[in-house]
Unconditional design. Structure first.
Length: 76
């Protein structure tokens, strides 16, 4: 039987499956969260701040850092 753990992308809140030969996300160790493959790929210039994302960051104790474009920098 193929069993996968599930988690949620911190940015887009998509449900991710993680397990044997299946890794739909990446850990952001500086934040202690997981982001999906798509968000990691498409946020190299940072992520646009939304009230929902800022609230999740506040609840997780994460202080956002911003780049010159005003986007939140995702640690790599």
């Amino acid at each position: 039987m193929d069993v996968h753990a599930t988690t949620e992308c911190f940015i887009c809140e998509k449900t991710l499956k993680m397990g044997h030969h299946r890794f739909e996300g990446f850990g952001i160790t500086d934040w202690g969260v997981t982001v999906c493959t798509s968000c990691k790929k498409h946020t190299t210039d940072g992520v646009v701040e939304t009230p929902e994302l800022l609230e999740r960051m506040r609840e997780a104790g994460i202080a956002p850092s911003y780049n010159s474009k005003g986007h939140i920098i995702i640690p790599r």
